[in-house]
Design a protein around this ligand. Structure first.
Ligand SMILES: Cc1cc2nc3c(=O)[nH]c(=O)nc-3n(C[C@H](O)[C@H](O)[C@H](O)COP(=O)(O)OP(=O)(O)OC[C@H]3O[C@@H](n4cnc5c(N)ncnc54)[C@H](O)[C@@H]3O)c2cc1C
Length: 412
């Protein structure tokens, strides 16, 4: 049975970021994903906010053109536009980004197991009573701290590996969270979109957002066009709409008024669940921890989860490094969702408010307010402020948690 310091389940943005940061510190990592090919079955639109591409270095050719203009539409398609002096958004070329990060991981020594599913794990607590005269190699591994056995399945075959720490980066409906007895996401919206190539760009790259109680109950419908590809999508509470039907109606009734799909070709469809209940409270115990969507690390208001993937995975890597250095499993308990939850209070209230706007009339009234002087300032703040996931370093100072700094550069 192979042994690893850390086993990470899930090679989305959260898992890849964590694996690369740990591998840079010479940690022995196994990265597992049920996908055969990470560039297939991407589920995110991939819009990165300014704070993320300013704070983190991205590999060449993985981000689309900068977008500084946003137009917001009411259900009756009244609209107003906002312009920022900064590049506010860039649509990631997610397939290429995942592959590039994966290659970096492999070059750094990460072992990658594709097409393999996480089934369960088992941790032996008491490793003190190993008989020195009659021991098995497993007993030695246990005394060295490799006391969790991870049960994986690849093409019908069972694979067992030993690890010190199990990390769940396996998305919104995390199996690792359940297995480790940690908190699980309970509230989500769903998003569904199509990507087109060959859509002409009339002016500047643009993000169009539509408030509509039928097409996107509790969230937005969107069109992005950065001249390279166009994403057309709808999102909302699954109990209140059928995303596929809503997208069809959106394409027939609204999209032609904004972009011209006549000569465009459909290249991909994407979709999935987005947790919007805020960061979960219990995201770690002595056996392991959760990152990304598995930890509920998504803005409840904007449903943006990519910035949290980068930041929370970095914090998790620091905690894991400290745990490995000290060999003290209690260190993982420093990684708590509690420290972030307070920062999400306003966003959770706004999410609750959005959820209650269930009629087109209420949305028209809300839109009228947003178009006014004060409302516009609020809208600009939501779309353009340089913020997303709470600043983990600042929180660390406040809570007086001292963790080792990673040797990777600050934009790693
Ligand atoms: C339609 C849609 C659009 C979105 N658009 C944006 C956006 O524009 N901007 C933004 O900031 N956020 C967006 N989000 C949210 C954002 O995409 C997520 O927060 C982010 O991608 C989460 O990354 P992750 O690595 O935590 O999880 P994921 O990307 O879900 O990765 C989880 C990985 O785990 C693997 N896995 C799952 N279970 C197992 C198992 N049992 N065994 C092995 N492997 C397993 C999966 O194959 C997957 O590769 C969007 C989400 C959706 C659904």
């Amino acid at each position: 049975m192979k042994s690893f310091d850390v086993v990470i389940i899930g090679a989305g943005l959260a898992g890849l970021q964590c694996a690369r940061l740990l591998a840079k510190e010479n940690v022995k990592v196994l990265l597992v994903d049920r996908k055969e090919d990470l560039s297939k079955g991407v589920h995110t639109t991939g819009i990165f906010v300014r704070k993320t591409f300013e704070d983190f270095e991205f590999p060449a050719n993985t981000l689309g053109k900068p977008i500084s203009d946003v137009t917001l539409y009411s259900p009756k398609l009244k609209s107003f536009s906002m312009n920022s002096e900064n590049p506010e958004f860039r649509v990631g070329k997610m397939g290429v980004l995942y592959q590039t990060y994966l290659q970096e991981c492999i070059d750094l020594g990460v072992e990658f197991l594709n097409g393999a599913r996480f089934i369960s794990s088992q941790t032996e607590k008491d490793v003190s009573n190993v008989d020195p005269l009659n021991f098995h190699i497993d007993d030695i591994l246990k005394t060295l701290g490799y006391n969790t056995t991870v049960n994986l399945e690849k093409k019908g075959k069972r694979i067992l590996v030993k690890t010190k720490i199990l990390i769940g980066a396996d998305g919104a409906t995390s199996r690792v969270a359940k297995d480790l007895g940690l908190d699980e996401n309970e509230e989500w919206i769903v998003g569904y979109e199509e990507i087109y190539e060959g859509v002409p760009l009339k002016d500047e790259p643009m993000l169009h957002c539509f408030l509509d109680a039928k097409l996107s109950p509790g969230y937005l419908a969107w069109i992005t066009n950065d001249g390279e590809e166009s994403h057309i999508g709808v999102g909302g509470y699954p109990s209140s709409f059928n995303p596929r039907e809503a997208l069809e109606i959106f394409k027939q009734e609204v999209v032609p008024k904004v972009i011209d799909l006549k000569n465009a070709s459909l290249s991909e469809t994407r979709g999935g669940r987005i947790p919007v209940g805020g960061v979960l409270k219990n995201i770690a115990n002595e056996k392991g921890l959760l990152i990304g969507d598995a930890a509920g690390a998504v803005s409840p208001l904007t449903a943006g989860g990519l910035d949290p993937c980068m930041r929370l995975s970095k914090f998790a890597s620091e905690v894991v490094l400290e745990r490995l250095k000290t060999n003290d499993s209690q260190v993982l308990l420093k990684y708590s969702g509690e420290m972030f939850r307070a920062k999400f209070t306003t966003r959770l209230w706004l999410r609750y408010f959005l959820k209650t706007l269930t009629s087109q009339t209420l949305l028209e009234i809300g839109f009228k307010f947003l178009r006014g002087r004060i409302g516009r300032k609020i809208a600009e703040k939501i779309f353009f402020r340089r913020s997303s996931f709470p600043d983990v370093n600042l929180l660390q100072e406040k809570t007086q948690i001292n963790l080792p700094k990673l040797t990777t550069n600050s934009r790693g």
